[in-house]
Write a protein that binds this ligand. Structure first.
Ligand code: PEP
Length: 252
C-alpha cells in the first residue's frame, strides 16, 4: 500500500507573512494527521520562509511548478536546482498550467524527468475536462496523460499522481468517490502498471477537485485513493488538517 499523502496547493495566494502563519498553523496541528504525509505548496517566493516555518516537524514543502532547464535565458522561470534545499516535492502539469500557460504533455514530461534528475519528488497532475467526460473520453484522456507525462521515465520512487478532473477544481462540485475510483483504479493505475510493472503499486494516487473535510474520508475509503491534492481547503490550517485527519481515519 502506498503512503497516504495530503498536499495543499496554495496557488497564487498568500503573501510571505500569510504563508508563514498558515504553515505554522499546519505545523502546530500536524499530529492530528496521524501517518498522513502533509505537503505544503506555497508560491515560489514563500518557499524559503515556509521551509523554515515547518522546520523540526514532519511537514514537507513542495513547489507548484518549475522549468526543466538547469539555467539560462528563461526569464521568470525557476529551475530544478534552484528548488533543491527549499522543497522535496514539485507539482507538475496542474490543469491551470496546462490551460492558462500552454503546458503540453511534452513539457510536462520534460519537467518530470528534470525533477527526478534533481532529486525532487514530482506530483504529476492529470484529469479530463467536462467536454472530454461528456464525450466518453475520460478514461482515454487520463491514461494518455499518464503515459505521455511519464514517457521514458523508469523510476517510480518518489512519484505521486494526482487525478484532478478539471470540472471539479475550484467549483465546489467534487467528483463522486465512485467516479474517482473508476478513473484512478482503472485508467491511471493500469497506465502506471504498464510503465512500472509491480512498482506501480507503491505510487500514491491522490484525488483533487473540491476536496474538503466533509468528503475527504469518502474518497480515501476507496482502496485506490491514497490521499488528496487540496486547493481551496488548504488555505485554512484547520480545514487542511481536518482533510488530513479524515484521510488518516479512512486509511487506519
Ligand atoms: C487544485 O487546484 O489542485 C485543487 C484541487 O483545487 P480545489 O481543491 O480548490 O478544487
Amino acid at each position: 500500500m502506498p503512503a497516504s499523502v495530503v498536499a495543499g496547493n496554495w496557488k497564487m495566494n498568500t503573501t510571505v507573512s500569510e504563508a508563514v502563519a498558515l504553515a505554522a498553523g499546519v505545523k502546530d496541528g500536524a499530529s492530528s494527521a496521524g501517518n498522513v504525509e502533509l505537503v505544503l505548496c506555497p508560491p515560489f517566493v514563500s518557499l524559503t520562509a515556509v521551509r523554515d516555518a515547518v522546520q523540526g516537524s514532519a511537514v514537507k514543502v513542495g513547489a507548484q511548478n518549475m522549468y526543466h532547464q538547469d539555467s539560462g535565458a528563461f526569464t521568470g522561470e525557476v529551475s530544478p536546482g534552484m528548488l533543491q534545499g527549499l522543497c522535496e516535492y514539485v507539482i507538475i502539469g496542474h490543469s491551470e498550467r496546462r490551460q492558462l500557460f500552454c503546458e503540453t504533455d511534452e513539457s510536462v514530461n520534460d519537467k518530470i524527468k528534470a525533477a527526478q534528475a534533481a532529486g525532487l519528488k514530482p506530483i504529476l497532475c492529470v484529469g479530463e475536462s467536462l467536454e472530454e467526460r461528456e464525450a466518453g473520453k475520460a478514461m482515454d484522456v487520463n491514461s494518455g496523460q499518464v503515459r505521455a507525462g511519464l514517457d521514458g521515465v523508469t523510476d517510480a520512487s518518489g512519484l505521486i499522481v494526482a487525478y484532478e478532473p478539471v470540472w471539479a477544481i475550484g467549483t465546489g462540485q467534487a467528483a463522486t468517490p465512485g467516479i474517482a475510483a473508476e478513473v484512478m483504479g482503472g485508467a491511471i493505475y493500469e497506465a502506471l502498471r504498464g510503465i512500472f510493472a509491480s512498482a506501480a503499486d507503491q505510487v500514491p494516487l491522490l484525488y483533487g477537485g473540491s476536496m474538503n473535510a466533509g468528503n475527504a474520508g469518502d474518497f480515501a475509503a476507496q482502496d485506490c485513493i491514497h490521499g488528496g491534492l487540496v486547493g481551496g481547503a488548504a488555505l485554512q490550517a484547520d480545514q487542511f488538517l481536518q482533510v488530513a485527519a479524515a484521510v488518516a481515519a479512512a486509511k487506519a
